[in-house]
Write a protein that binds this ligand. Sequence first.
Ligand SMILES: *[C@@H]1O[C@H](CO)[C@@H](O)[C@H](O)[C@H]1NC(C)=O
Ligand SMILES: *[C@@H]1O[C@H](CO)[C@@H](O)[C@H](O)[C@H]1NC(C)=O
Ligand SMILES: *[C@@H]1O[C@H](CO)[C@@H](O)[C@H](O)[C@H]1NC(C)=O
Ligand SMILES: *[C@@H]1O[C@H](CO)[C@@H](O)[C@H](O)[C@H]1NC(C)=O
Length: 254
Amino acid sequence: MILLLAVVVAAALRLAPAVAELTVVEHPPKTEGSLNVLAVGDWGRRGQFNQTLVAEQMGLVGEKLGIDFVISTGDNIYDDGIANTSDPLFKECFTNIYTAQSLQTPWYIVLGNHDYTGNALAQQDPAIREVDSRYLSIAKSFIVNSDVADFFLVDTSPFYLKYWNSTKYDWRNVAPRDTYIETLLKDLDDALTVSEAPWKIVVGHHPISSACEHGNTTELQQLLRPILEACMTLSYCLLSFNFCLPIDLDELRN
Ligand SMILES: *[C@@H]1O[C@H](CO)[C@@H](O)[C@H](O)[C@H]1NC(C)=O
Ligand SMILES: *[C@@H]1O[C@H](CO)[C@@H](O)[C@H](O)[C@H]1NC(C)=O
Ligand SMILES: *[C@@H]1O[C@H](CO)[C@@H](O)[C@H](O)[C@H]1NC(C)=O
Ligand SMILES: *[C@@H]1O[C@H](CO)[C@@H](O)[C@H](O)[C@H]1NC(C)=O
């Protein structure tokens, strides 16, 4: 539905009080230190809704930039995620669509609300990586450490009370909500604090503030925003409908 990318530039590094509990994936940049990434959200439509056209362009841009990995901001599989790790929808929406050579990199993936109305655990199941080894939704929230940048992938769907109150969503391994959110925010805060990367990029499916149709998210404004603001000098939000964003850190710096 929507994606949020908050770019956090560390003004001053605080001392590290605790070791982050969030899983960390090490993905070193290229040998000369550069890193090129594509970010995409709201995509799994069996090629429809122009998914195939966007995938082709991602392939071309990915080739040109020599991308290191792809980030997915969620709503990976419409309308209701996957039913299990052998659901044919997975290949129809992912494997069979992103076929370009340049996209045969790791994909670091968070869930969106549409993934949660299916079997949300199936997307993190190691069996899904046997179907396609690129699909790295290794935990609901996790960190990709790339030296020049740390990417903090945050599971935002459980914050929404309107989703939480609906029986459509798969809250296994999430409920009780209060404990889940409290632990997630503490782990995120700790991880942002200890991170020494020049760029800290927080990735989530839902925006904190938006002037578009979905509007602001009260729960994220109250709970997530203070943690980001504590170490943020620059941030932006983007609306996405199967939209792909190349992230060029040099460009952002200017
Ligand atoms: C696909 O993109 C074209 C413009 O390139 C647009 O006119 C069309 O409505 C899109 N189709 C869907 C199903 O979104
Ligand atoms: C997995 O999900 C698909 C799609 O709903 C279904 O056809 C299939 O029977 C399921 N397989 C297993 C092993 O449950
Ligand atoms: C969801 O349920 C909680 C408690 O059960 C209630 O306080 C809240 O108003 C509900 N929110 C929405 C958006 O339905
Ligand atoms: C949404 O959030 C922004 C930024 O905090 C605020 O300026 C704006 O007034 C809010 N909009 C609404 C409709 O509450």
